[in-house]
Design a protein around this ligand. Structure first.
Ligand code: HEC
Ligand code: HEC
Length: 315
């Protein structure tokens, strides 16, 4: 049995409790199929990271300590930050008018956006506004969040003056822990995969049914609990992210999958930090699910107006 599962940290416990034992048992079998020749998981349970300057000098000037959620209570706007945290965790249930997919923000932003290589929000508050190649124009944090609402959540943008938007931004601001704009936490939002690898979809399908289908379903539909809330988010179909999402792109999806999936299957570190698949495994399985049918994105006509469209773009 996978030892790390017996020794779960606090954040992981919530996922485990939500998960039916049959699913866990099946996940162990999937682990057995994958064999033991997989690469070693990297250490990602650190809670302290270097703080560096954003200029070319990239100077190491201190330490960022990942805050505990209990420290939110000390903030003057604690209620707002907690509301934002909740919205990011339970987006579908709390904001149904804005979310078309069976997805929460934190279905992709792992561990509430606190994990390097798991699409963290740690640097997001400081990283925007910036010019994004996809839109060809300057996007601020609200615009970036709405990008994920319209694409990853296949939904509608949220008013920038709404209590909900302000709360989500407040959570991200709290997570930035007053790091000034001229500095950043030295972490990567996404891991690397070899983008020169050519995907083998048939192999990807076999990996999907061995390693992913127990949680994400035989038809990529995911799994809901008896109240209809999301337990495992869908990977394709009408209830998944649309073709405009970063996750619909093979190599972006592969980088996410390699370092975060299959969730709960690993030998070291925190729950759900993947890194049991090789680059080729990740590219093959990503090609398989990313190209399955999913909703269209009408706004696609405006993307990459200045060229440089990535080779794995869906349109
Ligand atoms: C299907 C997966 C998925 C879902 C669901 C999702 N995102 Fe994202 N998000 C991503 C990916 C992947 C990126 C990385 C950028 C990209 O698209 O290339 C990202 C980027 C971001 C960023 C910018 C991070 C940075 O520092 O540059 C923010 C902020 C963000 N998302 C917020 C949200 C919010 C808020 C929601 C819910 C409304 C959400 N996301 C839902 C996948 C997702
Ligand atoms: C043990 C259950 C489990 C297994 C096995 C698993 N996942 Fe996941 N997956 C999850 C959960 C849970 C989330 C949502 C993240 C969270 O709640 O922390 C998720 C999220 C995702 C997401 C982002 C959200 C979405 O729906 O698009 C992708 C992509 C994904 N998984 C792909 C895979 C792939 C590919 C495999 C197989 C290599 C896999 N997963 C295996 C449980 C699992």
């Amino acid at each position: 049995m996978n030892k790390s599962l017996l020794n779960l940290p606090e954040a992981a416990g919530t996922h485990l409790l939500r998960m039916p034992m049959t699913v866990l048992a099946a996940a162990f079998c999937a682990f057995a199929i994958s064999g033991c020749d997989s690469p070693k998981p990297i250490e990602r349970n650190a809670t302290e990271f270097d703080l560096v300057t954003t200029d070319d000098a990239n100077e190491d000037i201190g330490t960022y300590i990942l805050p505990q959620d209990t420290s939110i209570l000390k903030e003057p706007n604690a209620d707002q930050i907690f509301y934002g945290k909740r919205l990011l965790n339970e987006t579908k249930r709390l904001m149904p008018d804005h979310v078309g997919a069976q997805m929460n923000c934190n279905s992709c932003h792992i561990s509430q956006g606190k994990i390097p290589l798991g699409d963290p929000y740690i640097n997001s508050f400081n990283f925007y506004p910036r010019v994004m190649p996809r839109s060809g124009k300057e996007i601020d944090l609200v615009g970036r969040i709405n990008g994920c609402f319209m694409r990853s959540m296949n939904g509608k943008p949220v008013d920038r003056e709404s209590a909900e938007m302000k709360a989500m931004v407040a959570y991200m601001e709290w997570l930035s822990q007053n790091v000034p704009k001229s500095q950043k936490v030295a972490i990567n939002n996404a891991g690397e995969v070899d983008t020169s690898l050519v995907a083998d979809t048939a192999r990807g399908e076999r990996i999907y049914y061995a390693q992913c289908a127990t949680c994400h379903g035989d038809n990529g539909e995911g799994m809901k609990d008896s109240r209809g809330d999301i337990v495992f988010p869908p990977l394709w179909g009408d209830e998944s992210f649309n073709i405009g999402a970063g996750m619909a792109r093979t190599y972006k999806a592969a980088a996410f999958v390699k370092y975060n999936m299959p969730m709960g299957i690993q030998t070291k570190g925190l729950w759900g930090h993947g890194n049991v698949l090789t680059d080729q495994d990740a590219v093959d399985v990503a090609e398989f699910f990313a190209h399955k049918p999913r909703p269209d994105f009408p706004g696609k006509v405006n993307d990459w107006p200045t060229g440089n469209k990535p080779k794995d773009a869906r349109y």
